[in-house]
Design a protein around this ligand. Structure first.
Ligand code: SF4
Length: 282
């Protein structure tokens, strides 16, 4: 059992947006407590909660942004979520209670709860417990993940998730390694497992000029996604510079300083490539 931690005194759980820079909120949590939290999932580390999102799943969403991510995507717009201890410690009961406050409104607005990050499966025990608790309240559940730790969830735990929003950057192992620093295989394996379960996926694809805008590569990724049979839609997200200040403030080396967002025409071209493979894309 994880000992109760005091709520953070100076920063509230709710943020106006995940673009708020948040660091060191869990620095005072003893290492042993962190280990126990990761093992049991009774406590998690959360960057923030946001409400009223219309872009993180169906309808209007309450979103919990967890901390911790093993990937180092060159275009990540929330690098403050990479480090687990940047998040504030929150018990799973408190997190579920926070979501529960919005239960009736979420139902009326045909929305639900989205667990995002960082990568929420870095804290897979916390994710599993929180999603189960929220689902038990009759709230639609979505997880937004890079899928790397998808194998850490049992089938029964996957049953508590209505929708998986999967960030697929490319099917190509070499490109993937260069973009994220990590192997693509676990993500593709997770997508195949969800397909075998006929569990709905929405794919998120960030279009970055000069990095992910090779249309031949996208066509191969689209072929992979279309063959799964459970991809309901692909969202093409134009790269932006809203996270640039975080890289600078965190003292991280940012390689995309001079990259401009893609034009509307380029974004539409990417959507067309996806549609040609038989996918719904916007
Ligand atoms: S997987 Fe997401 S949170 Fe992790 S580095 Fe990539 S964009 Fe950032």
């Amino acid at each position: 059992m994880v000992p109760p931690m005091p709520e953070h005194q100076t920063v509230g759980l709710e943020a106006k947006s995940p673009f708020e820079l948040r660091v060191h909120l869990g620095d005072d949590v003893p290492e042993q407590t962190v280990r126990e939290a990761l093992a049991t999932g009774d406590m998690g580390f959360v960057h923030s909660f946001t409400t009223g999102s219309a872009v993180d799943g169906p309808g209007v969403r309450v979103v919990a942004w967890t901390t911790g991510c093993m990937w180092r995507c060159r275009y990540c717009h929330n690098p403050d979520t990479w480090t687990l201890s940047n998040g504030m410690p929150v018990s799973v009961a408190r997190a579920a209670e926070e979501v529960g406050k919005y239960r009736e409104g979420l139902k009326v607005m045909k929305g639900g709860f989205t667990l995002s990050g960082g990568d929420p499966l870095m804290q897979h025990r916390f994710a599993a417990k929180l999603l189960a608790a929220v689902r038990k309240m009759g709230i639609h559940t979505t997880i937004e993940t890079n899928g790397y730790y998808g194998d850490k969830l049992s089938d029964a735990e996957l049953d508590t998730i209505d929708l998986v929003m999967l960030g697929i950057k490319t099917w190509d192992p070499v490109r993937h390694q260069a973009l994220t620093g990590m192997d693509v295989t676990p993500t593709l394996d997770f997508a195949r497992r969800l397909a075998a379960r006929r569990q709905p996926i929405w794919i998120r694809f960030v279009l970055v000029p000069g990095l992910t805008d090779d249309m031949d590569d996208l066509a191969r990724t689209a072929e992979f996604a279309a063959a799964l049979g459970n991809v309901e839609q692909v969202e093409v997200l134009p790269f932006h510079q809203m996270g640039k200040f975080k890289w600078e403030r965190l003292g991280l080396s940012y390689s995309l300083t001079d990259v401009q967002p893609p034009t509307a025409e380029a974004t539409e071209r990417a959507c067309e490539v996806l549609r040609r493979a038989g996918l719904k894309a916007h």
